[in-house]
Design a protein around this ligand. Sequence first.
Ligand SMILES: CCCCCC/C=C/CC(=O)SCCNC(=O)CCNC(=O)[C@H](O)C(C)(C)COP(=O)(O)OP(=O)(O)OC[C@H]1O[C@@H](n2cnc3c(N)ncnc32)[C@H](O)[C@@H]1OP(=O)(O)O
Length: 273
Amino acid sequence: QVCTQVPYRCYSTPGVGQVQVDMNSETGVATVRLNRPPVNSLNLDVLTELGIALEKLDADRTCRAMVLASAVPGIFSAGLDILEMYQSTPERCVAFWRALQDAWLGLYGSRLVTMAAIEGHSPAGGCLLAMSCDYRVMADGKFQIGLNETRLGIVAPFWFEDVMLNTIGHRETEKALQLGAMYSAQQALSIGLVDKVVPLAEVMPTVQGELKNWLQIPDAARVITKTSMRKQVLDRLRSQKEKDAQFFADFIGRDSVQRSLGAYIASLQKRKS
Ligand SMILES: CCCCCC/C=C/CC(=O)SCCNC(=O)CCNC(=O)[C@H](O)C(C)(C)COP(=O)(O)OP(=O)(O)OC[C@H]1O[C@@H](n2cnc3c(N)ncnc32)[C@H](O)[C@@H]1OP(=O)(O)O
């Protein structure tokens, strides 16, 4: 197992953690894998683990880069765990949303070079995580990526919107968000939602190759530039975290939203039968 070999350090218990972190001290590159089968849906525990993992990596001065990937074949992440939003309590909703805010602030604001290795489907919150990295490589083929929230009868929060705006621009974001559009890898490439599309087996080697370019740049200059580019969007959420969490809990608690979510869950189950 990779975790037990020098020079790797492992921040999570192999086979146990829902967020597995392998740190290669020789290269300074950490690999963070979401590991919550069947679809890596992001519940309170996973988001909390992810937030903590990102915080630890940021504090580790030997770490210069992070690859975000999945330990579950065919899936990057199915986004937020819909069951956290369906028939939940206001208190749980607020705690869940805070964990998402913190994980996202840690990722989007990370000083590290961050790259998403998208080796599977990546809807909604999965797309947010990928977009929040500095660079995205996606597997060609049947997988889809996008912010599909409106299809669930919910609305992508302003900070999801901000990240998409910064990634693909205003016109594409307007269409993508209203339609809840899901894109194939090639379509995503054509609008700039991902940076490179390669066969599945080449995703990780391509990420590693691209990392070499990024790591040639002196950290300090790159970090100052990244911070300057992202600060406005980060500060917008930082300044209204509690209001945003409360708004989420109120919105999700609406009868009409609960009905939409219930119908969406039923449609997911029906697809299988
Ligand atoms: C201001 C307030 C605004 C609120 C904004 C809130 C923002 C929300 C952002 C989100 O992330 S919402 C989540 C959106 N996610 C999705 O729509 C993804 C739905 N899932 C799929 O499309 C598919 O599952 C998949 C990802 C394409 C994978 O397909 P596959 O055929 O491989 O697996 P399934 O058989 O469909 O799923 C297996 C199992 O997992 C359940 N499941 C799937 N996705 C989720 C999820 N996001 N949360 C919880 N559970 C999920 C699915 O129902 C199956 O369960 P079962 O019990 O085995 O039937």
